[in-house]
Design a protein. Structure first.
Length: 373
């Protein structure tokens, strides 16, 4: 396991005095992110064309959704900042905490010469996620759901004729365990975004930083939009509601979820109904819509954190691995995904990570500052 010890804070400009916005190294930053920027722009253009062709009404609130993403991301950035503050105070025990924290932030993250390297991927992610969320709604219009039978059959083949949920049931069908898995599944959102903004702001190891940013956004584009459209499916939780499915295959795990819901309302079952109502056109919830099972973005992004942790530290690797394992188990036991959805995601993320690493090496080698590290 490699450890992230590279720190180019001494290589970057040491001046942290306020400078004009236009004087920041924008040209260098745009060149550094060129392998990410142009694919993102292509994704936006293709995505908007698809939306206009299949459901143009989704474009009406496009800029509002981008703005909402920025507002939500500020919460995630603040959470990442609080983790930094706590770590700094515990480690340094400064006599003047506020002054020390601000100086450390300016030195380690909010440097003048680092600001363009923060803002560019932040904007790229905001627009890409907005396009992704809207494209998810039109997946069944572009390619009607078809892959559920394939995923269901592959699950049985790969698990020797037994459903994966049956393998997990002896361990997960206990209320305390099940409720923990359920809650952890929805901690996924802040966890992946806090990690993203941590890496966006870091001044350590520019190659790893860019590799993670490219893989993070690339996974949403290639897996979340591309592969999800090609492998259009609803997942086990809706298997009783599609023509090729039936009400008995997943009746036992669904009954367990309903028994949990009787003890404490489950967000899973609430979201299930909201997604289905949105799909049926009964209720249009602009925040909960778009059904897609294969591949699993939950497993994909959790595994991406594991790859980052491997290159950061033993603690990060072990922590992210436990988190990813819990996400993978919950994705099956909560019936959001077939097990094969997760397997496909892991393979796809590994390939994206490898490709992003190759491009990141080229970007770093061509940068006049980072290449001197």
């Amino acid at each position: 396991m490699s450890v992230d010890t590279g720190n180019y804070s001494g290589v970057l400009e040491s001046n942290v005095q306020t400078v004009a916005f236009r004087e920041l190294p924008w040209k260098r930053a745009f060149h550094f992110y060129r392998y990410l920027t142009w694919p993102c722009v292509a994704y936006w253009l293709i995505g908007i064309a698809v939306l206009l062709a299949y459901k143009p009404a989704l474009m009406n609130d496009f800029m509002l959704d981008v703005a909402n993403f920025f507002i939500g991301s500020m919460i995630m950035i603040s959470a990442a900042g609080m983790i930094f503050v706590l770590n700094h105070v515990i480690r340094e025990r400064p006599a003047s905490p506020f002054s020390s924290i601000w100086k450390a932030l300016r030195r380690e993250h909010l440097r003048n010469d680092n600001l363009p390297f923060i803002l560019i991927p932040w904007v790229l992610l905001a627009i890409s996620i907005t396009v992704f969320v809207k494209l998810k709604v039109v997946i069944p219009l572009v390619n009607p759901f078809w892959a559920d039978t394939l995923a269901h059959d592959l699950d049985l083949i790969l698990h020797f004729g037994t459903h994966p949920w049956e393998w997990l049931a002896p361990y997960t069908n206990h209320y305390n365990v099940a409720f923990w898995l359920h809650r952890n599944y929805y901690v996924w959102f802040p966890c992946i975004y806090i990690t993203f903004y941590w890496q966006v702001c870091t001044v350590q190891n520019p190659k790893l930083r860019l590799q993670f940013i490219m893989a993070f956004i690339g996974a949403w584009v290639l897996i979340g939009s591309g592969m999800a459209t090609a492998l259009s499916s609803v997942g086990p939780i809706f298997y009783d509601r599609i023509p090729e499915g039936n009400a008995t295959t997943y009746a036992v795990p669904l009954a367990f979820l309903q028994s949990m819901n009787a003890v404490e309302p489950l967000l899973t079952l609430e979201i299930r109904e909201q997604l289905w109502n949105s799909y049926q056109g009964i209720v249009e919830n602009r925040y909960v819509r778009g059904i897609s099972a294969m591949p699993s973005m939950h497993v994909a992004m959790a595994f991406l954190l594991v790859l980052l942790g491997w290159n950061k530290s033993r603690f990060a690797f072990v922590t992210y691995s436990i988190f990813a394992l819990a996400i993978a188990i919950a994705s099956v036991s909560l019936l959001w995904h077939y097990a094969v959805d997760g397997y496909v995601s892991i393979i796809a993320v590994a390939l994206i990570w490898w490709g992003a690493g190759k491009l990141a090496e080229k970007a770093v080698a061509s940068d006049p500052v980072f290449s001197k590290q």
